[in-house]
Design a protein around this ligand. Sequence first.
Ligand SMILES: Cc1cc2nc3c(=O)[nH]c(=O)nc-3n(C[C@H](O)[C@H](O)[C@H](O)COP(=O)(O)O)c2cc1C
Length: 189
Amino acid sequence: MSENTSDAIYNIIKERRSIRSFKDQEVPENMVKKILEAGWMAPSAGNRQPVEFIIIKDKATKQKLSAQRFVDEAPLLIAVVVNLDRTKTRYGERGERMYIYHDSGAAIQNMLLMSKSLGLGSCWIGAFNDERVSRFLELPEHVLPMALITIGYPNEDPDLPRKIPIDKITHEEKYEEQKIKDYLMSLVD
Ligand SMILES: Cc1cc2nc3c(=O)[nH]c(=O)nc-3n(C[C@H](O)[C@H](O)[C@H](O)COP(=O)(O)O)c2cc1C
């Protein structure tokens, strides 16, 4: 991989922000396809591929799925769901407790980064009522809603939110609890 590609990926990762305000402009179909492909190409435990996507453009449906106002302003909403059967048949309890979150998280992040690379903004939405989303999207019992992703042309350019410095969350050889404790204490002083 060339240095230019690596720099481009690094910049996309660094510059991606959660976007909660969108222009009133459709996302072109070729971009929707690329975003879905980015999710589809993500790794999954044992290649069981439990992650599926639901494209939602209807404003009334968007309003029903989330109380967060910017959700229905986004021209495109993608619900990321997992089909539990595909992971549970191989991995049982560990699949249900852990791998479905890993698999869907990998897919979601790929989609956020692809959106950013296309000049679009996106936001990962985890705060929703599972029962309500399942009902309105007609999910069968073995299919769980994992996230909603709002996507559209950005109408804001947020700053980097406050981050814990990288050296405070990076440990060497073992977990160095005091390091992170000291840092958090320094914030309250
Ligand atoms: C699992 C998860 C759930 C999230 N849920 C919401 C949400 O419901 N509403 C929202 O506005 N942002 C949500 N976010 C976005 C975070 O607030 C955001 O990533 C964080 O503040 C850091 O900002 P950044 O994405 O610009 O780096 C969620 C992010 C993650 C990873």
